[in-house]
Design a protein around this ligand. Structure first.
Ligand code: 4FV
Length: 246
């Protein structure tokens, strides 16, 4: 997968692109990430990319010409899927991550200041994506969130066993609790079943705990979750015991 990033702070990406999963995937050629400085496409000698907003109101707006030159130049004769990270976008979730991961090439536009001239959105953007309903100072961190989430879906980037867990969200459930050594922490022990070596029992315990966690922390996810008959019955049992224990 090829990902191009446009930003006025390319240095923010250097450690991210060179480290951990994304770094390894890039070394292994599973990912190609290119970070470009938008100021290289500014035409004035101050390399400025912002200007005062028409209509006043304070703050600065990113001017359109550098973006238009940059997107056209970096796309060349290809058609990368051009994503603007912004609070106005559709919220990034597991389904959107999988959809983006199926694409050949992404181009991520990272805004700063109050935002980007609307005509960039109208002419140079295929999709707007938000990572959440809060305002950040730039689109760089949202772009990194998107790159990390999407790259985990690229075949070979995440080891098999882990990818099985990835499916938890695919099934619309939260993950089950995890335990490791030491066996006792602050007087708290490890659930007996996990020490039993009985893999069938461990699997159904994890299923039940994933359901319990989802029921307690994100019941909204259960509306969409595609549950098996066994899970439905388990969920009903959990709901009954939750009602009893009030
Ligand atoms: C954002 C978000 C976000 C808005 C103005 C950058 C900032 C500034 N992007 N999800 N939430 N962007 O807050 O994606 O230009």
């Amino acid at each position: 997968m090829r990902i191009q990033v446009l930003t006025i702070f390319p240095e923010l990406f250097a450690p991210f692109v060179a480290t951990s999963l994304v770094g390894r995937a890039t070394e292994r050629g599973l990912l190609r990430i290119e970070v470009h400085d938008l100021r290289d496409y500014s035409e004035d000698r101050h390399r400025s990319v912002d200007d005062e907003p028409y209509g006043g109101g304070g703050g600065m707006v990113m001017t359109a010409p550098p973006w238009i030159r940059a997107v056209r130049d970096l796309a060349g004769d290809r058609q990368p899927w051009r994503v603007l990270l912004s609070p106005q976008g559709r919220r990034l979730d597991d389904a959107k991550v999988r959809e983006l991961a199926a694409r050949e090439e992404l181009m991520l536009l990272c805004g700063r200041y109050e935002g980007i001239d609307e005509r960039v959105r109208e002419t140079m953007v295929d999709e707007e994506i938000s990572i959440g309903d809060y305002v950040l100072s730039g689109g760089e961190l949202p772009a990194m969130v998107l790159i990390e989430a999407v790259s985990r879906q690229v075949p070979g980037v995440v080891g098999l066993e882990k990818s099985v867990r990835e499916d938890s969200f695919r099934r619309g459930l939260l993950d089950h609790p995890h335990y490791t050594r030491p066996p006792v922490v602050e007087g708290l022990e490890v659930p007996e079943v996990l020490l039993s070596g009985n893999h069938a029992a461990i699997e159904s315990w994890r299923e039940a705990e994933a359901l319990r966690a989802t029921l307690e922390k994100r019941p909204d996810l259960l509306v969409e979750a595609d549950l098996t008959e066994v899970q439905r019955r388990e969920l009903e049992r959990l709901r009954k015991s939750a009602r009893k224990s009030g």
